[in-house]
Write a protein that binds this ligand. Structure first.
Ligand code: TXE
Length: 485
């Protein structure tokens, strides 16, 4: 692994190199608050080089057989699994998430993303339509060319691989930009791709900031397809940049997800499931259920037991095996979390557990970005804390009287990404799930992910669907060929 002073490098045309401008940013370890590596502060010149490399590689890669593309992606998956511990540690150090979580979720999911799309392309179906005696139509799906892939800091390799795998599996070439906050596993992935025999220029990774690198990708005239995951504010900028050139754009954005518990739910299961959906990854998952609604008759018992379990979550050094809650990804994000907890107090909320920065878990982490899992009750449903995405370990719990009332609460929000419904009444499960305006509804579970299903948000949670055939269709152009009889 070519590192100089622990410097992360861009990966363009199969080569590792520094940014043209020679500038680097400090990469801060969230658990210590100290720089531990440096990331290229690239600009449009680096993006131009990457796009040129991707353009040069496209004819051969798109002409490579599906079986060969599948073989290379399966090899990438194998090598990620071989280096699981190395990837997991890098992900934990870079993000502040517990090493145990990176090892059990993030990295295995990244290899399964490559494995899934490597095999999906072997079984795609093409449609044909016969016009009696007149013509024969068939639909040909072809790769689109150079695609731009931009990913966020919360699940770095998980979400970047969710874009890279389908994009190159169908024959595109890619210019990807991970978040400047969490670049390390993308850097490690490049070496894996080279070892797996991915041809030069098929995947190019340019590190740097959104304004300098992200916007150069979204505006580049030769990048006709953009897949973005990140905040809604930035998603709007990406859409604006792509619109003049009629780019094909997929946006996976923020969420303020309802988690609805009916009195007839299995309360033990609902409490365990709600702890995960509230605080997994320090609440930094766009799918987290940050608005908890509990039917009035079960409310007091749920709050008492949920708060008790929340207080038992172990906040600590992400590298220690006993840690359930690690560090928040950055000082900026920590300040955002603290702001919303302060706002909750102003809006009349009651902090039932957590709510203020804890003592450092150990000397190594004395300057780290830590905040405890926090539960707020008694807030008005229409309060800002109940409407705006916080993206940290902070959730609200609100009682409701009826099914109609809670569906109204759930839908009264600018976001529409995901929701959970806990009930043992099958008719109610179907009825409520059909009425909630979110792209995914989990019933008696959370974050159960079948990669074949469409995935994405409604309203300000995004545009388009990825996953399974939806992803293969997003990254290909459908052409109808009509042959006269
Ligand atoms: O996202 P950003 P961040 C939400 C969450 C979080 C907020 C901001 O609320 O607080 O988004 O998080 C690149 N043109 N989610 O800062 O800013 C940027 O460099 C092109 C939900 O991570 O949207 C990074 O690589 N690209 C989300 C990526 O966009 C630009 C997960 C995301 O950055 C750009 C993460 C520009 N003008 C945060 N500006 C989810 N849905 O999972 C920035 N970028």
């Amino acid at each position: 692994m070519p590192t100089e002073l622990n410097k992360i490098l861009n990966f363009i045309d199969g080569q590792f190199d520094g940014p043209v401008g020679g500038k680097y940013l400090d990469n801060i370890e969230p658990a210590t608050g100290q720089p531990y590596s440096q990331v290229p502060d690239s600009d449009s010149r680096d993006v131009d080089q990457a796009v040129a490399a991707a353009e040069k590689a496209f004819p051969e890669w798109s002409g490579t057989s599906t079986a060969e593309r599948s073989r290379v992606l399966l090899r990438i998956a194998d090598l990620i699994e071989r280096d699981l511990e190395k990837f997991a540690r890098a992900e934990s150090v870079d993000t502040g998430k517990p090493l145990s979580l990176a090892r059990s979720l993030d990295i295995p999911r990244a290899s399964s993303n490559f494995r899934f799309f490597a095999t999906a392309i072997l079984h795609t179906e093409n449609e044909a339509h016969v016009m009696d005696g007149v013509a024969f139509n068939y639909t040909l799906r072809q790769p689109r060319g150079v695609v731009g892939l931009i990913s966020p800091w919360n699940l770095p390799l998980y979400l970047l691989s969710w874009k890279i795998a389908p994009a190159i599996a169908v024959g595109n070439t890619a210019v990807a930009k991970p978040s400047e906050l969490t670049p390390m596993t993308a850097f490690l992935l490049c070496e894996i791709c080279r070892e797996a025999g991915l041809p030069n220029g098929v995947l190019n990774i340019v590190h740097g900031t959104g304004p300098n690198v992200g916007s150069a990708i979204t505006a580049h005239p030769k990048v006709g397809t953009i897949s973005f995951t990140g905040g809604t504010v930035t998603g709007r900028k990406v859409a604006e940049a792509g619109a003049p050139l009629f780019k094909k754009i997929s946006l996976e954005l923020g969420g303020k997800n309802p988690n609805i518990i009916f009195a007839d739910a299995n309360l033990d299961a609902a409490i365990v499931g709600s702890l995960r959906s509230s605080f997994a990854n320090q609440g930094q998952v766009c799918l987290c259920g940050s608005r908890v609604f509990v039917e009035r008759s079960a409310y007091d018992e749920f709050v008492r037991r949920f708060v008790e379990k929340t207080a038992q979550l172990q906040l600590g050094d992400p590298l220690e095996s006993t840690t359930d809650q690690g560090a928040i990804v950055s000082r900026t994000q920590l300040e955002k979390v603290k702001f919303y907890v302060g706002l909750a107090r102003e809006e009349g909320g009651k902090i039932t557990v957590g709510g203020s920065a804890p003592p450092p878990p150990n000397d190594r982490c004395r300057d780290g970005f830590f905040f405890p899992p926090t539960v707020i009750t008694g807030l008005p449903v229409a309060s800002r804390v109940n409407r705006e995405e916080i993206f940290g370990p902070v959730i609200t719990i609100t009682p409701f009287e009826s099914e109609e009332e809670v569906i109204g609460y759930a839908n009264d929000n600018e976001y529409g990404l995901a929701s959970s419904v806990w009930t043992q009444n099958l008719n109610r499960a179907h009825r409520v799930a059909e009425q909630i305006h979110t792209g995914t509804v989990w019933v008696n579970c959370w974050l159960v992910r079948d990669l074949r299903v469409p995935f994405g948000g409604m309203k300000q949670s995004g545009v388009g669907r990825e996953g399974g055939n939806e992803a293969l269709h997003f990254f290909t152009e459908a052409k109808n060929i009509c042959i006269a009889k």
